[in-house]
Design a protein around this ligand. Structure first.
Ligand code: TYM
Length: 416
């Protein structure tokens, strides 16, 4: 990636924003059958998520079999996350692939809001991003929105966020991205790379749109209202770096979609390609319902958890099993609501193993303790591997930072 560009100029335009598909329904209601609705925003995910309904609500597209074949043309296989529909929705993925075929390589762009330690849910889009980077031989921009976490969390101070930013960078490096083709941007440290683009974006988005899309209200602080263009800016940075319109593909869970919707709406008006997305589902927490979240540490598996802690958390996990062994043998379990089945299915079992596990569970042949023990056997080495890589990652930080400088735990940059 070329080094920093000091002078960036943008075309002026007076376009207004088309609000047609930028509304999010933030209200949790029940439908006519009494089924509880769900909420998905960048800051809140709640309720029983119906992903087909979400596709309709957000106006995205299902990843069809035809599109899977198109991906396979380049990758030679269908990644398990695509096969098992963990990544289930997209916008313009087909367009990005067509451009790629014509020789116009895309950039990958993903990120993290450093509000706590990294859990398994965060790792999922990053593992997939790494896979895409390798298969397509493309560059990646990785943004850490420390500003977002400061502005949106009343109980987080900057000192704590800086500590998490450092720790999260170590995790990101541990994933194994290629340092020559990956650049990390920490908003409060590297804003000069984003600010010229952010103000171009900000000027095209009215408060009324921001309110409709993000649910801002009179009590929202003004930093929150001004933040979305900062997360939008890396969508256009590759075009600046490459000095030509450069497509961008964003792998992330679907909670981040509102940012892309507003950015897509104004992209072409600013002379950039609309950023494309590939959206994943959420991995559940270790309790009944809800996504894995740092704000509920007892229900999340963190990369920094000791093996004993992982084991205890998994042993205490909610399952879809019956209250007693006798009932489980008689009635079978409910794999559909079981987080343990979920993790094994999406992360560790082969397709065949998962099918067998499902039928053994639902027919009562398998007890929850057996599945939990399988999960412990898989999760412990998986996390241990990341922890080993974390130790080495500390020496690689400056190879990944966009300014090529060190980054320290106290948030300082450069040389100490
Ligand atoms: P953050 O830190 O909330 O989440 C980081 C990434 O993890 C995904 N994610 C999950 N995926 C599956 N299951 C879960 N339980 C789960 N929880 C979180 C998120 O969708 C995200 O992909 N504002 C962003 C940071 C950001 C960003 C980006 C993310 C800046 N630029 C570009 C993605 C792409 C944030 O706070 O993410």
């Amino acid at each position: 990636m070329p080094s920093e560009k000091e002078s960036i100029s943008f075309e002026k335009s007076n376009m207004t924003l088309d609000l047609s598909d930028t509304k999010i329904d933030n209200d949790s209601k029940s439908d006519s059958n009494g089924v509880k609705d769900f909420i998905v925003t960048p800051w809140e995910v709640a309720g029983d998520i119906d992903y087909s309904k979400l596709i309709e609500k957000f106006g995205t597209y299902t990843i069809s079999d035809i599109l899977l074949e198109k991906i396979k043309y380049f990758t030679g296989e269908i990644h398990p996350f695509l096969k098992n529909k963990y990544f289930f929705s997209h916008r313009d993925l087909d367009v990005v692939l067509d451009e790629y075929k014509r020789g116009n390589k895309f950039y990958l762009y993903t990120g993290r809001g450093p509000s706590g330690p990294v859990h398994l849910g965060h790792l999922m889009p990053w593992l997939f991003t790494k896979y895409l980077q390798e298969k397509f031989d493309v560059k990646l921009i990785f943004q850490l929105t420390d500003d977002e976490k400061f502005l949106f969390n009343s109980n987080l101070d900057m000192k704590t966020i800086q500590k998490y930013t450092y720790e999260n960078i170590i995790d990101i490096i541990s994933i194994g991205f290629d340092p020559k083709r990956t650049k990390i941007i920490v908003d409060t440290k590297h804003i000069k790379y984003l600010y010229p683009l952010s103000i171009e974006i900000a000027k095209k988005i009215t408060y009324s749109t921001a309110k409709a899309v993000f649910g801002f209200s009179n009590s929202s602080n003004i930093g929150m209202i001004g933040f979305p263009p900062v997360q939008g800016a890396p969508c256009f940075l590759p075009s600046i770096i490459e000095n030509k319109p450069t497509p961008v593909l964003i792998p992330a869970a679907i909670d981040q979609d509102p940012y892309w919707r507003v950015t897509r709406d104004i992209a072409e008006k600013l002379g950039y390609p609309k950023p494309a997305q590939i959206h994943s589902k959420f991995i559940p927490g270790l309790s009944s319902g809800g996504k894995m979240s740092s704000s509920k540490p007892e229900t999340a598996l963190f990369t920094v958890d000791d093996p004993e802690i992982l084991e205890t958390k998994i042993k205490n996990t909610f399952t879809g099993g019956q209250p007693t062994v006798a009932l489980q043998r008689k009635l079978g379990g409910n794999a559909n609501i079981c987080p343990v089945y979920w993790y094994l299915n999406y992360l560790f079992d082969t397709e065949k193993e998962s099918q067998e596990r499902y039928s053994d569970c639902t027919s009562g042949n398998l007890l929850c303790g057996e599945c939990k023990s399988d999960m412990i056997k898989n999760v412990k080495p998986f996390i241990k591997d990341i922890q080993t890589k974390r130790d080495k990652a500390q020496n690689l930080i400056k190879d990944f930072m966009i300014d090529g400088k060190e980054f320290f735990e106290d948030g300082s940059v450069g040389f100490k």
